[in-house]
Design a protein around this ligand. Structure first.
Ligand SMILES: Cc1cc2nc3c(=O)[nH]c(=O)nc-3n(C[C@H](O)[C@H](O)[C@H](O)COP(=O)(O)OP(=O)(O)OC[C@H]3O[C@@H](n4cnc5c(N)ncnc54)[C@H](O)[C@@H]3O)c2cc1C
Length: 365
């Protein structure tokens, strides 16, 4: 029998869950279909810093989504906590950038986006041994505990009636006259309504295999990132620190994340001893007290790497009931709420939250 929904979302990471959050809030019936378990890929593996690393070195279209998301997060987190009773630990813990050769550009960026800043002096915190070189303190930058954010989203969506099909592999997407008509999985057939593709690092592969004859989004390729978790105590470090592209993120319970590597390794998600040593050395050099605590976890995830890190958030130019929200590279958590809101605005023909132009899929045929 064919299941019928207003919206079917392929891929249940942060991009898919937040898109479902927006569409179900607007009163539509929504399902999420994931080839694996929902919320276990890149969105689970990430750190949850809600700011791109050095955003002034990146396209302004990334900052636009990140700053708009930062404004949406407090209400989102409060709603998720109230609905699901799972705390996504959205915390405005602040971010210290210890060494910035391009600090004037950073200050221009802060002024442009109205992000409060201070120019701190060493020693900023007694436990830290950073290389202080033109540092910058951003007190309003927040984090979310992404595994909990994903759980809170899933529970909230289930309460709203969103249906989840996990471990469900769609093997055929049928389309006719510029319209998707059916999704076929092993033991199910879907009348998808409008299909939203949110399959992260797997998006280009999915288009190549299941929609080979239509315009694909710009190439999205997996970029591996490894991370360590120290089983440390609360109050060791009260804020996030970024130094030379590596960072520490303290959680509410005292555990500290150290990240991350950036590796071109295809779809391989194995961890390596080399990465473990590099991350351990970085973490214990800037916060020596971490040597007293064990590393309790070491994992890898696959970021959806896209050209310049700019995601594709777009209606499809040729197929009237297909859209895409993918390719967020290193910033899918930080850009997530505004990305999903923008796509919902486009689908539902509402005034868009942001200028959608930089994220559009164009028909080059
Ligand atoms: C180590 C690391 C650190 C990071 N740190 C941060 C950070 O601090 N801040 C930040 O903002 N971002 C960070 N990121 C990036 C962020 O995690 C990603 O940009 C974001 O998670 C992408 O979300 P997504 O939903 O697009 O993809 P994913 O979370 O990967 O979800 C894609 C989903 O699609 C499913 N899927 C795949 N193929 C199919 C198919 N054929 N059919 C159905 N479903 C399918 C997968 O099973 C998965 O559930 C980090 C990433 C890593 C790896």
């Amino acid at each position: 029998m064919s299941e019928r929904f207003d919206f079917s979302i392929l891929g249940g990471g942060i991009s898919g869950l937040l898109t479902a959050y927006e569409l179900s809030q607007a009163g539509f019936s929504v399902c999420i279909v994931d080839i694996s378990a929902v919320g276990r890929e890149s969105s689970w593996a990430g750190g949850g810093i809600l700011l791109p690393l050095y955003p002034w070195r990146q396209a302004s279209s990334i900052s636009d989504l990140a700053v708009a998301s930062l404004a949406l997060y407090p209400d989102l987190a409060a709603d998720l906590l109230a609905q699901s009773h799972i705390d996504p630990e959205f915390v405005v813990s602040g971010l210290l950038l210890s060494a910035l050769p391009d600090r004037p550009a950073a200050l221009d960026w802060c002024r442009r986006y109205q992000i409060r800043y201070q120019l701190p002096e060493a020693p900023f915190h007694p436990a830290l041994e950073c290389h202080f070189d033109q540092p910058l303190w951003l007190p309003d930058i927040a984090q979310a505990r992404n595994p909990r954010l994903l759980k809170a989203l899933k529970t909230t969506l289930q309460q709203r009636g969103v249906i989840f099909f996990e471990h469900c592999q769609v093997h055929t997407i049928k389309h006719q006259n510029q319209h998707i008509t059916q999704l076929l999985a092993q033991d199910k057939t879907f009348s998808p309504g409008h299909l939203v593709v949110t399959t992260g690092a797997w998006t280009s592969t999915l288009f190549a295999h299941l929609l080979p004859d239509i315009t694909p989004p710009p190439a999205i390729k997996p970029v591996k990132g490894q991370m360590l978790l120290f089983d440390s105590q609360p109050e060791l470090l009260p804020f996030m620190v970024l130094e030379h592209d590596r960072y520490l993120i303290p959680r509410q319970d005292g555990k500290i994340l150290a990240g991350s590597t950036v590796e071109d390794a295809g779809f391989d998600k194995h961890t390596s001893d080399t990465a473990r040593q590099q991350l351990y050395q970085f973490a214990t050099a800037i916060l020596p007290a971490l040597k007293d605590y064990p590393v309790s976890h070491h994992w890898a995830g696959l970021r959806p790497g896209s050209d310049e890190g700019i995601p594709c958030i777009s209606l499809h130019p040729d197929i009237d009931n297909l859209s895409i929200n993918a390719g967020h590279f290193r910033n899918g958590l930080g850009m997530g709420p505004a990305s999903a809101r923008l796509l919902a605005d486009l689908i539902l023909d509402r005034p868009p939250l942001l200028n959608p132009e930089p994220y559009q899929l164009k028909d080059y045929q």
